[in-house]
Design a protein around this ligand. Sequence first.
Ligand code: NAD
Length: 434
Amino acid sequence: MNKIGNFREGNEDRLPVPVYGNSPTYQMALKQLESVAECAGVDAGIINRLAIPKRAIVVSIPIRMDDGSLQVFSGYRVQHSLTSGPSKGGLRYHPSVDLGEVAALSMWMSWKCGIMNLPFGGGKGGIACDPELLSLGEKERLTRRFTEEILCVIGPRMDVMAPDLGTDEQTMAWIMDTYSMKVGYACPEIVTGKPVEIGGCLGRREATGRGVTFCILEALKELAIAPQDSTAIVQGFGNVGSVTCLELVKKGMRVVGVGDRHGSLYNPQGIDVVALQQHIAGGKPLVSFPGGKPIDNSELLTMPCTVLVPAALERVITAKNATELKCKILAEAANGPTTPEADPILLAKNIFIIPDILCNAGGVTVSYFEWVQDIQQFLWSEEQVNQKLQELMLKAYARVRETAREKKITMRMAALTLGVQKVAREKIHRGLYP
Ligand code: NAD
């Protein structure tokens, strides 16, 4: 296996560990890169370049809280690659956010844009905070101040943010407004995933969940299982999780389990996900929904189902619980939900994995459509957006599947191979600077 140079543990004679080196999520991304290096046939020097993001910025964000006190938050933006266009990726609000996590997520964004052939490099950002404990006004002040602090590295041709865990259309609207006030004109192309009224794209909010559903239907087809005969369990009922549930039900599947940060529900007859969504929109907790039996969050992932969809956090499927999984398909809607140690266990159990960088690529794909529309000031219909999304997702799925078959490798290795090769080719064409 190709050892990535300079900063692996136990290599004290090499260069010092960069600041993100100790994060388990960054270590996981490096491990994946190491394991794919040989199979992708990419030069070791290029692999070393891909292992370290192009640049990262850490900012302190002091804001006035509603009670008059002052709190200082830490914010991060990492641009993994700027070789083929602006860096592109979400902004995450979560207590676990740190520089290493954001660096790993930015790396995965690069591979994802590579698989989808989008003219972007990977980027990611985040603020270490608990959005559930912040008022709307506090979130607005946090977002606007963060945007001010990173103004020097963002721009429609430099770095374009989008919603991720804990952020939404409103967050993007505040960023768009803060940036537009600086440049002196409305600049919708600075972010994607914003409200439609200020340049957002029809279908963007649903895009990730729709893309996940297209991939699941392809996998079911291959395993000769009819959607009507299959069940799904979805961890996370936010943007990606809830839309995936709704889309799967539309295709005839039964969602038998769902969960969020505070608890999980199980109902072998199927959960009425439309009613659940209304229940949550009414301000009630997911676990208080009467249409299912409350179960432990850890139990949710190991209940029997045809398709398991982690749509919340990374590293939730580990060597510890992988042996307990009882699904046929693992559709990775979240980024990095499966650790490298869990992968061989799942392989031995014959679980078909749709890897994250393919499975959730619908989001960045429609973000690309949004960016193009904003730049051209020419709007597409929702039908056009959905059709084009389906076309690109199915083509990408087929490319990954074909590579896996040809090279006799797993779907994850195939997806990583295509993504890493694309970014490597960009670097080779342009040279050492970008
Ligand atoms: P979100 O904030 O809208 O929803 C997150 C959901 O996960 C919430 O229901 C939350 O309660 C739940 N959750 C949080 N911690 C949990 C825990 N410990 N156990 C169980 N559930 C937990 O976020 P989202 O935008 O839906 O993103 C979810 C995942 O999908 C993330 O990994 C994100 O990076 C990835 N993703 C999102 C997009 C997008 O377009 N939003 C695109 C690609 C990938």
